[in-house]
Design a protein around this ligand. Structure first.
Ligand code: C2E
Ligand code: MG
Ligand code: MG
Ligand code: MG
Length: 288
């Protein structure tokens, strides 16, 4: 009976596994050139300064609209691009497209900063410095406005040349953010040695900052150490006024999340930037 049940289970799950593998194969086959076919787009999520109560930057987030499979999330297609060896092309498209779009946005105070996520294998491939320099040159975006978002695992794991490349980028004036801080082997001790300008506090911390006193204490320590090191702290994935209030109390300078604004098209962003902060983010007011 156990045998029969086992076989039945295997049979029942087989088609599901097959279709997941088929989907991956299909995505891998279709991804190269998706950018030239107009299937990729970039959404921009505002980053808000809690002190100034205004949008000071945006993070570029890639989207792929597959003609038959619909919207494919970056968490699914970026790893496929890495394995298919097209990550360099994909990143060059994303960097160029994001920089071009950001230059069309209205300026409300200091020029908006642009965060672009950079994948580990693009850093490993050693074309990053050349690619970034070429994009700055061709678009005319000031290097100071660009923030490359890189995870700690990437900064730490890819060997000697990564530090050299990141230093070269920073000498060009480009900023570097440590993305998803708190998810990997991140440690406070590492912070003193990493060549970064911004620290992005992961959603996992933000989720519990208003309810767990230990997480709150941890956030306060991170903010305080980051301040001493001259780093800006951006809280990621802020969804509730209570979370924003706790982050503000912890001294966090910047926030990003659905409470404040969803990732949006440049045209929607123009409306957001034209609007007053008070009406725009009830969440900012509610968390005071
Ligand atoms: P990430 O860099 O940590 O980006 C933040 C993710 O959190 C985004 O997901 C964003 O839509 C989502 N998010 C924003 N606010 C909230 C919130 O309040 N609550 C929750 N639960 N989530 C929120 P998305 O756009 O699906 O991107 C996922 C990941 O894909 C990004 O994580 C980034 O690692 C990667 N990615 C996106 N665009 C690119 C790209 O151009 N190049 C590379 N290499 N990776 C990219
Ligand atoms: Mg990011
Ligand atoms: Mg992140
Ligand atoms: Mg994250």
């Amino acid at each position: 009976a156990a045998n029969a049940a086992g076989t039945g289970t295997a049979l029942r799950y087989r088609p599901a596994l097959g279709s997941a593998a088929e989907r991956r194969a299909r995505l891998r086959e279709d991804l190269p050139g998706a950018w030239d076919r107009g299937e990729l787009s970039v959404l921009f999520q505002p980053v808000v300064s809690l002190g100034e109560q205004r949008v000071t930057g945006v993070e570029a987030l890639l989207r792929w609209q597959h003609p038959e499979l619909g919207e494919v999330p970056p968490a699914e297609f970026v790893p496929i691009a890495e394995r298919a060896g097209v990550i360099g092309e994909l990143q060059r498209w994303a960097l160029t497209h994001a920089a071009t779009a950001v230059l069309t946005l209205p300026c409300t105070g200091a020029p908006l900063r642009l965060g672009v996520n950079i994948s580990a294998s693009h850093v490993a491939a050693r074309t990053l410095v050349r690619d970034v320099a070429a994009v700055l040159q061709s678009t005319g975006l000031a290097p100071e406005r660009l923030i490359l978002e890189i995870t700690e695992a990437t900064i730490m794991s890819e060997g000697e040349h990564v530090a050299v490349d990141i230093e070269a980028l920073r000498l060009m004036g480009v900023h570097v953010a440590l993305d998803d801080f708190g998810t990997g082997r991140s440690s406070l001790a590492h912070l003193t040695r990493l060549p970064i300008d911004v620290l992005k506090l992961d959603h996992a911390f933000v989720l519990r900052v208003d309810r767990d006193p230990k997480v709150r204490a941890l956030c306060e320590s991170v903010v305080s150490i980051a301040g001493a090191l001259g780093l800006d702290v951006v809280a990621e994935g802020v969804e509730t006024p209570a979370q924003l209030g706790a982050l503000r109390a912890a001294g966090c300078g910047f926030a990003q999340g659905f409470l404040l604004a969803r990732p949006m098209r440049p045209r929607e962003l123009v409306d957001v930037l034209d609007d007053g902060a008070g009406q725009l983010w009830p969440g900012l007011v509610a968390s005071r």
